[in-house]
Design a protein around this ligand. Structure first.
Ligand code: C2E
Ligand code: MG
Ligand code: MG
Length: 657
């Protein structure tokens, strides 16, 4: 019982040390209030000392007050200084403990001094002593309210002495005053207790609120899957880095990284595996990044980097190379190792862009270019990209203003049987004759039309035109027509293509629709569905530019294809380049294995054709036979077929002789 009482008393009279936030709040409050307390204490003390000057001894009215003044001024100065800056938690605790330990001595000293003056004055002076003690202690308690042990000690030391002293004077007025002070002291103790409890609660609530808001801020700026900074945080970091780069005249680089082949992995193995890969990608990026590279996840399979290291183009190239290589290393997650890749676009300040947003847009453009032309590697935004971007903007404007039915038309390029040299089909290739820009290549306007959502409106009139013309060819000549990403992207667009085919009167059994590997990879289930619809109609489906994308055999098997078109990059110089030869050979073998027809694109020379023919009979297409020509020329081309074959047979005979 006594032990618990002593423990409670010890708790009440010592500084709490387990709540740093409370200590900080107490420290701040005291540093504001204690200098004021010392000022009032000194003024009241000197008022009492001066009124006692004529009667009391010199050491009581001058020496002790001077000593007390020095102590009080020193303490007040310490608190005044501490108001400027918050020290470390340990220092705060030490400082509060020191104050707490000093309080009984200072309170005791003032109490003893004022009571020592009591015998030297008349009744007025004695009343002044009582008043000085009674009123000054209230100020002191108020000023020290935030440090409960100090306020309690002051109350106990001063008021207990006061009550005992004045109650024993046998003077009814002073006894009554002692009773008053006793009651006031009790009330003060209750108020002090309530105030301190409220103060502690407020500090704790504030701490919790702050913690919660910090947590919210962290969550709002963090990607929940990878734990990396998210898009919002990325832009905050970028803006800050940009301001610093401008101020210090330093170089800044921004990289945007997009995973290659991630979507098929997600579709094949499920989202949980996809999520784990994203987490592992985040980890690999952090390992490579170092302290001055900020990594963020923008969303989906897109990550971003802010590189503050003042790196040269060569250093950026080297960094990008390592990064892409590392992300190409297999991920060991399920029974089979999973391999994806990454393309990185980088833009720099001040050489490339002049603002944070522009820097991001340029990096995005570099990524787009990298994805199109060199997936799996790093692409640095260059002066030619800037020109191209400008060019694209002009093309986009002209495209938006273009009269689709009038300005767009198709040319046809023949596709031949490599052994018999018989023309088996024509591929329709779009052309744009713009009044502002002249003749524009589809390689330039198709990607822009796709980006601005104009491609569906372009596909239908072109397809209508091509089918209409193809009806004039002799029975059996096929038509190949290129579709873009968005043509297969929705039920409506697929249906409108089917409607055009049905309305054309051309037999769909002689129509091949070409889709590129990149289209397929965008959304396999959707493309699978679209292909199913076209196949039901009787159309053939060719996989265009085969060998340039990331499709795997299992993905190809999932699609009801009828033809593979091997990209022309493998054909160039095939007769002198053994690597190209081997690639085409294996792609041809693959198409045979899959029971698909095979077209080899981009045959430009006799030598290339010879090399290809040694691989067996396939279909071929290229400038060696004919450039894309107008519809009228296709009729002439077909009419001259007999003559061409005769000439070719003669050449054959000459060669073999
Ligand atoms: P693609 O479907 O792979 O078409 C073949 C491209 O290679 C054509 O370029 C053709 O002119 C070119 N080419 C053919 N033989 C040779 C050769 O021996 N050497 C070289 N260097 N090039 C050859 P074009 O007409 O500029 O078309 C480029 C691409 O634009 C096409 O590639 C296709 O992806 C797209 N495209 C063309 N027309 C359309 C269309 O109507 N709709 C859609 N969505 N895309 C189209
Ligand atoms: Mg094509
Ligand atoms: Mg092609």
């Amino acid at each position: 019982m006594i032990r618990t009482l002593l423990d409670t008393l010890r708790t009440l009279l010592s500084v709490p040390h387990d709540n740093p936030r409370l200590l900080q709040a107490q420290y701040v409050a005291l540093s504001r209030q204690l200098p004021l307390m010392y000022l009032i204490l000194l003024l009241n003390m000197w008022a009492l000392a001066i009124t006692h000057l004529p009667t009391a001894p010199f050491w009581l009215t001058l020496v002790i007050p001077l000593l007390m003044t020095v102590i009080c001024v020193l303490r007040a100065r310490i608190w005044l200084r501490s108001a400027r800056r918050l020290p470390a938690d340990a220092q705060i605790l030490a400082s509060l403990r020191r104050t707490n330990q000093l309080v009984p001595f200072i309170a005791g000293a003032f109490t003893s001094w004022s009571l020592a003056l009591y015998p030297y004055g008349d009744s007025y002076s004695q009343s002044q002593v009582a008043f000085f003690m009674g009123i000054t202690v209230i100020v002191c308690i108020f000023c020290m309210m935030h440090l409960r042990p100090a306020a309690l000690t002051t109350t106990l030391v001063v008021n207990v002495a006061f009550v005992i002293f004045f109650a024993s004077t046998h003077n009814p007025a002073f006894i009554a005053t002692a009773v008053n002070v006793l009651l006031v002291s009790l009330a003060m103790l209750i108020v002090l207790q309530h105030h301190y409890r409220d103060f502690t609660r407020l500090v704790n609530v504030q701490a919790q609120t702050e913690q919660l808001s910090n947590e919210n801020l962290r969550l709002a700026n963090q990607d929940s899957l990878t734990g990396l900074p998210n898009r919002r945080q990325f832009f905050t970091t970028l803006e800050r880095a940009m301001s610093q780069a401008i101020a210090r005249e330093k170089r800044l680089a921004v990289g945007i990284l997009d995973l290659d082949g991630f979507k098929p992995v997600n579709d094949l193995y499920g989202h949980s595996v996809g999520d784990k890969i994203l987490v592992m990608v985040g980890r690999r990026l952090l390992q490579l990044a170092g302290a001055t590279v900020h990594v963020a996840r923008l969303g989906g399979d897109e990550f971003a980097l802010v590189l503050e290291d003042d790196l040269s183009d060569e250093e950026l190239q080297a960094f990008g190379k390592i990064l892409c290589e590392q992300l190409h290393v297999e991920f060991l997650l399920v029974d089979v190792p999973i391999q994806i890749g990454a393309t990185l676009g980088i833009a720099t300040f001040p050489q490339g862009a002049t603002s944070a947003i522009q820097l991001f847009e340029y990096a995005d453009y570099a990524l787009y270019q990298g994805k199109r032309h060199n997936p799996g590697s790093m692409c640095l935004f260059s002066a030619s990209h800037r020109e191209q971007l400008h060019h694209d903007a002009i093309t986009e404007q002209a495209l938006r203003r273009a009269v689709l039915d009038k300005e767009f038309f198709v040319l046809f390029q023949p596709i031949l049987e490599s052994c018999s040299r018989e023309t088996v089909a024509f591929e329709a290739l779009a052309r744009w004759n713009s009044p502002e820009l002249g003749l524009v290549s589809p390689a330039r306007f198709i990607p822009i039309a796709e980006r601005i959502g104009l491609i569906n409106r372009l596909t239908l009139p072109l397809l209508r035109q091509a089918l209409d013309m193809a009806r004039a060819w002799p029975e059996g000549i096929r038509l190949s027509f290129n579709l873009s990403v968005h043509d297969c992207g929705s039920h409506d667009s697929v249906q409108s293509i089917i409607d055009v085919i049905n309305a054309s009167g051309f037999n769909p059994a002689y129509l091949d629709l070409e889709i590129t590997e990149t289209v397929v990879m965008q959304d396999i289930p959707q493309v699978q569905w679209a292909i199913g619809q076209f196949r039901t109609l009787g159309c053939g489906i060719s996989l265009d530019d085969f060998g340039t994308g990331y499709s795997s055999l299992s993905q190809l098997h999932a699609l009801a294809l009828t033809k593979l078109k091997i990209d022309r990059r493998f054909v160039t110089d095939i007769h002198v380049n053994p690597a190209s030869y081997k690639i085409v050979k294996s792609l041809v073998a693959l198409s045979l294995d899959m029971e698909l027809e095979c077209v080899i694109e981009g045959v430009e020379t006799e030598d290339e054709l010879k090399a290809l023919r040694s691989l067996g009979c396939t279909q071929v297409q290229g400038f060696f036979f004919s450039r894309p020509v107008a519809f009228a020329d296709t009729l002439a081309w077909l009419a001259q077929a007999e003559a061409r074959r005769g000439q070719w047979d003669a050449e054959q005979m000459l060669n073999s002789a």
